[in-house]
Design a protein around this ligand. Structure first.
Ligand code: UDP
Ligand code: MG
Length: 313
């Protein structure tokens, strides 16, 4: 019998875990005579009672494997661990806050049965606050316009991936991970289904502004050279502009009238600050790449597991 694994990254979701489990059980009941089912919950350094909630379920239902991180490593790390540990023939990645409706898994599985290796769930609508909606809208479109590969827009990590894709993903060792991009990179037969993203069942988002920026920069830097190439393009434009500036200077040398001179001095000050700020911004962009090169060279582990609760262990 084939097995379906659910990978559930969990960070401070104590209020959501019982409901998530309830809904997952209801949904998977419809497939248990066809497939074995496994749930891999990764407790990503929660500081609430998430671990207790998970263990309560684990001791009743050993199909729930609990992976406990030594600290918070982030959702992408949690998903990576989940993919490393899940043993299913198909793996469904799903948020634990019920924004990704568990019921949709049945549609994902149906597409997989039709022969697709990746079935991602694309958001037709989303119920999030206005700030999240706007930033997400801009981010997906910006990434789409500069990424060197096609990464589906308005699509989170909610998806089903076949075992072969899971194995392919394991070959990507990068530390600053943007898993959605990696899934696009591996190829295979991919398709999407549309859904309406729900509100969080309980609590508020754990993606603060800093985490959002980190994920967005990982996406851009890992899948596009546009920012770093932009620097030399700006440099070229400025170079030609400064050549155009030469005749102006010569004109001033010929007619050194006071008013023109003071205007030109103002323009020069403006230009110096403008070019200075462009240089600093450019250094910042290069810095973003250098930080990532540095962290890849350090090759620190993506995550550290402090304990695994699994049958026979
Ligand atoms: N999450 C995680 N580690 C983190 C932040 C979030 O494992 O550091 C989990 C979280 O518990 C949830 C999923 O990742 O299951 C998505 O997080 P969240 O709902 O906060 O993000 P949003 O839906 O607002 O983008
Ligand atoms: Mg959420």
């Amino acid at each position: 019998m084939k097995k379906i694994s659910f990978v559930l990254p969990i960070y401070n979701e104590e209020q959501n875990i019982p409901e998530l489990y309830k809904r997952l059980i209801k949904v998977t009941k419809q497939i248990v005579d066809k497939y074995k089912v496994e749930f891999v919950a990764i407790n990503d350094g929660s500081i609430d009672k998430s671990l207790d909630e998970l263990l309560k379920i684990h001791y009743k239902d050993e199909r729930l494997i609990v992976v406990n991180f030594s600290r918070n490593f982030g959702q992408q790390a949690a998903i990576t661990a989940g993919l490393d540990i899940a043993s299913g023939d198909a793996v469904i990645i799903m948020d634990a806050d019920l924004q990704d409706p568990p019921e949709l898994s049945l549609d994902l599985i149906k597409k997989w049965e039709e022969g697709f290796d990746v079935v991602y769930a694309q958001r037709r609508t989303r119920k999030d606050n206005i700030f999240k909606k706007i930033t997400a809208y801009i981010f997906y479109r910006l990434l789409d316009s500069i990424a060197e590969i096609k990464i589906p827009k308005d699509t989170g990590d909610f998806r089903l991936i076949d075992r072969r894709v899971v194995e392919a993903l394991k070959n990507y060792k990068e530390k600053n991970r943007y898993i959605r991009g990696l899934v696009s990179l591996v190829g295979f037969k991919q398709t999407c289904i549309l859904f309406d993203r729900q509100e969080r069942f309980s609590g508020t988002t754990h993606y603060n502004f800093k985490k959002m920026i980190k994920l967005a920069t990982d996406a851009v830097v890992n899948f596009s050279n546009f920012p770093i190439q932009l620097i030399s393009k700006i440099g070229l434009v400025l170079f030609f502009l400064s050549i155009l500036w030469l005749p102006v200077m010569m004109y001033i040398d010929l007619y050194p009238q006071n008013t023109v001179l003071s205007n030109v001095l103002e323009a020069i000050v403006l230009l110096i600050t403008l070019i200075g700020s462009i240089i600093l911004i450019s250094l910042g962009i290069i810095g973003i790449y250098v930080i990532r090169i540095h962290s890849e060279v350090l090759a620190r582990p993506i995550y550290i597991i402090s304990s695994i609760y699994k049958k026979n262990d």
